[in-house]
Design a protein around this ligand. Structure first.
Ligand code: PEP
Ligand code: MN
Length: 337
């Protein structure tokens, strides 16, 4: 930790900070510049609150040098994490694609969806059976029946399944039918759920909360890793900003930032990231160019009559065309799809 003292800070104030640092187990290195005195704290308590120092008399600012997450940090596994989902690798050279409707609606819809997904070449079908809807009056999902239908449709075409787990009572059920459990944006800081997911041995995709910083997101990842579940990928799905044209602001820059800070694979969700189907292909292309390890996208055989997220669901030909373009972009950045 680095404490920068204010210009003209008194010796007594500096000494008080040194004493407090020492009390917390830090080795203090003092350096007196022409304007500011800097106090470098080495070692010390792993968990400390910089704000405690910031409000001490004579302190200008405090910088944390060591990241507050350990297992999610790049240094923990500099070579990067590759997750094996029943033979499908996520985090390797191949960019994994996941596609499908927002929700499983009925058997006919999910069978058609599986055909569309497989024809485009995606390896994973997505579809929510438990839906986190903003309104309690909106379609809430088919539950187990939907999961069963999606599993059957996927198995017939050799696809893997990803679906959202909304609370810990659903973990066993979801694990029976899905290959990857998705933690939705609204649940990124549901720490009890994260703790329960850390105990199972199933791949998890942790979405970024709509108002979460990257550091908060990585701290949530830490909960899952700390319990011993290392089959974890992150998903950038847009954050809430002052912009109203798009549903969320898709943070493409989160992709290289996460790669710099963490070893965890990162998946891009341009569908929830933009909320509009015309914006999905450009952001999907951007995500692949930016280094995403995978994409998750909504596609529906009849988006205009979808029970959820129709406006952001691509028409099948749009998705097929996009997949062709993504292969070219992947090759240009030394990867494959
Ligand atoms: C979804 O994937 O359909 C979903 C609800 O996503 P998010 O949690 O990102 O809103
Ligand atoms: Mn959706």
């Amino acid at each position: 930790m680095l404490v920068v003292m204010q210009q003209g800070a008194e010796e007594a104030q500096i000494q008080k900070v040194i004493d407090r640092l020492t009390e917390d187990g830090f080795d203090v290195h003092r350096s007196t510049g022409t304007i500011h005195t800097l106090l470098g704290g080495v070692g010390g308590k792993e968990q400390f609150d910089p704000a405690l120092f910031e409000q001490m008399d004579g302190v200008k600012e405090v910088h944390r040098i060591v990241s507050p997450y350990k297992l999610a940090a790049k240094a923990f596994r500099p070579e990067g994490t590759v997750i094996n989902v029943g033979g499908l690798e996520i985090g390797g050279n191949n960019i994994v694609t996941m596609a499908g409707p927002c929700s499983v609606e009925n058997r006919d819809q999910i069978e058609r969806s599986a055909d569309i997904v497989a024809e485009g070449g995606a390896q994973v079908i997505r579809g929510g059976a438990f839906k986190p809807r903003s309104s309690p009056y909106s379609f809430q999902g088919l539950g187990e029946e939907g999961l069963q239908m999606m599993r059957e449709a996927a198995d017939r075409r050799g696809l893997k399944v990803i679906s959202e787990v909304m609370d810990s009572t659903q973990i066993t059920l979801l694990s029976t039918y899905a290959d990857i459990l998705q933690v939705g944006a609204r649940n990124m800081q549901n720490f009890n759920l994260l703790r329960e997911l850390s105990k199972i041995r199933k791949p998890i995709m942790l979405k970024r909360g709509p108002s979460a910083t990257i550091e908060e997101w990585l701290l949530s990842a830490e909960y899952i890793l700390a319990g011993g579940n290392y089959d974890l990928m992150l998903c950038e799905r847009g954050i809430r900003t002052f912009e109203t044209y798009t549903r969320n602001t898709f943070d493409v820059s989160a992709i290289p930032v996460v790669h710099k800070l963490s070893h965890l694979p990162i998946i891009a969700d341009p569908s929830h990231g933009t909320g509009r189907r015309d914006q999905v292909p450009p952001m999907a292309r951007a995500a692949v160019a930016a280094g995403a390890d995978g994409l998750i996208m909504e596609v529906h055989h009849d988006p205009d009559h979808a029970l959820s997220d129709g406006a952001q669901s691509m028409y099948p030909p749009q998705y097929w065309e996009l997949m062709k373009q993504l292969r070219l972009i992947a090759a240009a950045v030394g990867r494959s799809i």
